[in-house]
Design a protein around this ligand. Structure first.
Ligand code: NDP
Length: 329
């Protein structure tokens, strides 16, 4: 067992190049924690926002980013039971993944289906739990119903299309390039539209029988938020999941009255504290994974030393699927 390891450290907030590769002591698990030898880290848009200091919670410095990762358990802290040294798990620890070894509260571990590769395991928790909660827990999506998926070739977008199709829903997918739309179609999207199509609002409404879409997973925000309201059907549900545009959105409550719309916020971190919702989502996801219809879409993969490039590519909309960093590579 080495005494030191390579890890990414952020000491000041800013663009991805504030991340530095350092040599740090291998961390020791405290009570209730486990240590993982990290095989793969799933990079989320939220990781880049946290490094920039623009996330929903304040980023405490210094820190090692990497909110979700997968690896092999190699040490247990005091009081941990039911976790096996040598087993592969995923973790939603919230930080610390971009390192050769990372600590996770035992409570933040997520079992990994044996069919998953380490990269697939790291690509799973955030995107698939969020997609499930958007479609079902908060979105109340029904079989046969239309759903609009934005940023459809991204990590959350691909997860949302797969789950929506597996749940029998019909999908309108939007993305910024034809290549991204082709990915959405491969995953089963029924209608695809360029994000900048000048007639996008009418075309989305037409796709769902001219009446608008009953369920919208809204991840772009800014001025696009108003468009989502315009695309929604009477009594439509708009689930606010992200703000990838990083621009301010404006909501005029009277807009909601006219068509009896519902706007619901979704933040996975706070939903994970809801034991019943988490259990229900985990059960449904386990079943769908078992059926072979849900396979995490692994995107570009980078070594730890190229973490800044991975984050920048994600912010620059160059990636599809889940961006993965492999500390052992
Ligand atoms: P993605 O892999 O989807 O990458 C982000 C995508 O956002 C880009 O590829 C791009 O797709 C799209 N996008 C649209 N407008 C912009 C813009 N102005 N600048 C950059 N990208 C833009 O990332 P994630 O799957 O990690 O996240 C997707 C969204 O979902 C984010 O907003 C994220 O914050 C949110 N999210 C929220 C969660 C929650 O708990 N609330 C959990 C998980 C994700 P395109 O080029 O096709 O437009």
């Amino acid at each position: 067992m080495p005494d030191t390891m390579k890890a990414i450290v952020v000491e000041r907030l800013g663009p991805p190049d504030v991340m530095e590769l350092r040599e740090l002591p291998v961390p020791q698990p405290g009570p209730g924690e486990v240590r993982l030898k990290v095989e793969a880290v799933g990079i989320n848009f939220a990781d880049a926002l946290a490094v920039a200091g623009e996330y929903l919670t304040r980023t405490r410095l210094p820190y090692t980013p990497g909110m979700e990762f997968a690896g092999v358990v190699d040490a247990l802290g005091e009081g941990v039971s039911g976790v096996q040294v040598g087993g592969r798990v995923a973790s939603l620890a919230g930080r610390g993944g971009l390192a050769e070894y990372a600590l996770s509260p035992a409570a933040a571990l997520i079992p990994v289906p044996p069919s998953f590769t380490p990269a697939q395991a790291a690509a799973f928790p955030v995107s698939y739990f969020t997609a499930y909660h958007g479609l079902k827990t908060l979105g109340h999506g029904k079989e046969g119903e239309w759903v609009l998926v934005q940023a459809a070739a991204g990590a959350l977008g691909t997860a949302s299309i797969q789950l929506a199709k597996a749940l029998g829903m019909q999908v309108v997918a939007m993305a910024s390039t034809e290549e991204k739309l082709a990915i959405a179609r491969d995953l089963g999207a029924d209608v695809t539209l360029l994000q900048d199509d000048p007639d996008r609002v009418q075309k989305v409404r037409d796709a769902a029988g001219g009446k608008g879409v009953p369920l919208i997973l809204e991840v772009v925000g800014g001025p696009r938020f108003q468009e989502s309201l315009d695309m929604a059907a009477h009594r439509g549900r708009v689930i606010v999941i992200g703000n990838a545009s990083r621009e301010q959105a404006h909501l005029r409550p009277v807009e909601l009255m006219k068509r009896n719309l519902t706007v619901t916020g979704l933040w996975l971190t706070s939903l994970m504290g809801d034991a019943e919702a988490t259990r229900e989502a985990a059960q449904a996801l386990t079943q769908l994974v078992g059926s072979g219809r849900v396979v995490p879409q692994v995107g570009p993969t980078y070594p730890l030393s190229e973490s800044a490039r991975a984050f920048q590519d994600l912010l620059d909309r160059k990636t599809t699927g889940k961006v993965i960093i492999e500390p052992g590579r």
